[in-house]
Each structure stands twice: as C-alpha cells, then as structure tokens.
Design a protein around this ligand. Sequence first.
Ligand code: NAD
Length: 336
Amino acid sequence: MKIAIIGCGLIGKKRAAALKERGQLILAADIDSTRAESLAREYGAQATTDWQAAAAAPEADMIIVATTHDQLAKITLAAVNAGKHVLLEKPGAMNPSELEPVKAAAKQNNVFVHVGFNHRFHPAMQKARELIDQGILGPLYYIRGRYGHGGRVGYETEWRAHPQVSGGGELLDQGAHLIDLSQWYFGEAFTDIHGWCATYFWDMPVEDNAFLTLRTASGKIAQLQATWTEWKNMFSLEITGRDAKLHIEGLGGSYGTERLAYYQMKPEMGPPDTTIFEYPGTDLSWDLEFKRFLAEIEQSHPSEPGLQSTQNVLSAIETIYQQNNVPWLRKQEDSP
Ligand SMILES: NC(=O)c1ccc[n+]([C@@H]2O[C@H](COP(=O)([O-])OP(=O)(O)OC[C@H]3O[C@@H](n4cnc5c(N)ncnc54)[C@H](O)[C@@H]3O)[C@@H](O)[C@H]2O)c1
C-alpha cells in the first residue's frame, strides 16, 4: 500500500509511525509546510501543501486524513471520488450530514472508509469485546463511562476551542470515543438521547464538559461524561451485565496503566470472583487499527468502525448540541 497522509499534526505523525512495513508513506500534506516537510523527511516521502493534489495523488492507494474537524469530510470526499481507500480520523466530520455524500461516493467508487476510533483497538477494549462475545456477562444492562484531561496553558486559543474549525468542544472530541465504544459494546445505536453541555473553566465558546444519558431501543443505558477539567487525566468504562461486570481503566501514558477488571458474580452472590488483566507498555491501538483496515480492504469486508456507526455517534452529539441550543448551530440556522 502506498499512502498519503493529509494533516501532519500529532495524529498524522502517530498514523505514520503505525504503518511499519505494511504501508509506505509516499506523500505528506499539510497547509503548514514545515509540518509536511518534517514528516516527509522522516519517512523519505514527498511533501506538499496542496491537499487536493494529495487526495488524488495517482500513485497513492490509501489516504489518511488527520486534519482539523472542519476539513475531514471534505478531504475524504475528494479522496474517495479519486478512487482511494481512506482512513479517516475520528470524529469523521463535524455533523452526520457531512458524511452522507461520502457514503454515497464510497459505494459508487467501491472503496472503503475506516473511521479512526482507535480506542476500540486498545487491548483492554478488545478483551472486553471478547468476553462479551463469549456471553460471560449475559445480557448487557448499562455502561458508565468517564473520559477527560485537563487541557494545557493556552488551550482556549487552540483550534478545538473554535467551533467553526472544531464543530464543537469536548463532547465531539473525547465524548465521541465514549459514545462509539458504548454503541459498539451494546451492538445498538442510541435512540433516546439526553445531555448537558457546560463551560466551567476554559474561556471558550464550546463546552469543556458534557454529561450524557443515552438509551438504546432495547433499554440499554449509557451514562457518560467527557471533560476538559479532569486535572488528572482519566479513562474509565464500566460495563455491567446480568452475570458479570467489566471495568476498563487507563489508556497507558498519562492516563495510567491500561487494565481490565472482570468481576464474575457467584451463584451465592456476595463478593465476586475477580480477574485482572493488565496491559502495560506502548499503545499499540494505532498499529492494530491499521492492520485491521488492511484486512478489511483485502477481504472486501465492510469497515468497522465505518461511516454508518460514525453517523450514529455524530447524530447523538448533534441532538445534544440542539438540546443545549449551542451558539454555533444557532448561527448556522439563522444565516440566510
Ligand atoms: N484517535 C484519537 O485518540 C485522537 C486523538 C487526538 C486527535 N484525534 C483526531 O485527529 C485529528 C487531528 O488532530 P491533531 O491532534 O493531530 O491536530 P493537530 O492540530 O496536531 O494537527 C492537525 C493538522 O491538520 C492540518 N490541516 C488543517 N487543515 C488542513 C488541510 N486542509 N490540508 C492539510 N492539512 C490541514 C493542520 O495544519 C495541522 O497540522 C482530529 O480529527 C482529532 O479529533 C484523534
């Protein structure tokens, strides 16, 4: 696979590092020429500031799109129309309707779009998936998820704080991962959606906190919080079923060692049998996700997470933004 990366920031670099021997970076594109050149130099690739040329580069088989949120859907559409497979960074777009033409174009051009919700590929999440699929939890009841960090000096001036570029705040940023994971484990999209957005600390027009209660048609409920006021970075996901409970904590690095606690209820109830799985070491989710995408392409297997499940995530977020009457959506509606 010959690959072009569009958007050579933090995640563009992570995606490049995850190609390993499985893909060859041939082109690095960024509107910031220094970033494009720096990534290109590292991998012996060409550099460009022209994303349109990169999206249609004749020698590229796959395009990785890792830009700011306002550019994700537009660039992906151009790449798909040029007949390229696309690894599209989460959250995939600013809202679900932006992905509608991408879905149609991918079908028409017979190419795959895999959306980079890489958290699914963390080993603790994969282990949880395996245990759930084995039926060990019985029917699932509910999920409690919390995800957050504390920003950094000047965070309120970065692109995530500007709704025209980001499409929203922490709900769209880390909240999207929590919604994606919850609907993946439940195997159902959410139909009842309630949420509150708040801006407590940061001087920015987007939310720095979101609190959600989401329910599927069959009655499974996810209670989630995403926050940019978590002064000690944290990730926690509890999945409870009739017979057992799973608790995933940490994502490695500043989020703490990744671990999965498996609590098996005993017939006599009382304290459960406890098994702990720990995953120290480097975050391999990027490698595993890329490997999975290659396999999906090779086997013509629909990408997962793909465009439909991403639209479901974005629809839940859009509903909550509407419930909270966020100013950036109001402006769009008011404009002629
Ligand atoms: N999966 C994860 O856990 C995770 C974590 C962080 C960020 N992300 C996602 O990755 C994406 C990028 O985030 P980031 O943290 O790397 O941001 P970043 O600011 O570090 O990088 C974004 C880059 O895109 C470039 N860019 C913007 N518009 C462009 C265009 N039209 N053509 C070419 N380049 C363009 C910018 O110049 C910048 O270098 C976002 O969608 C973000 O939500 C995912």
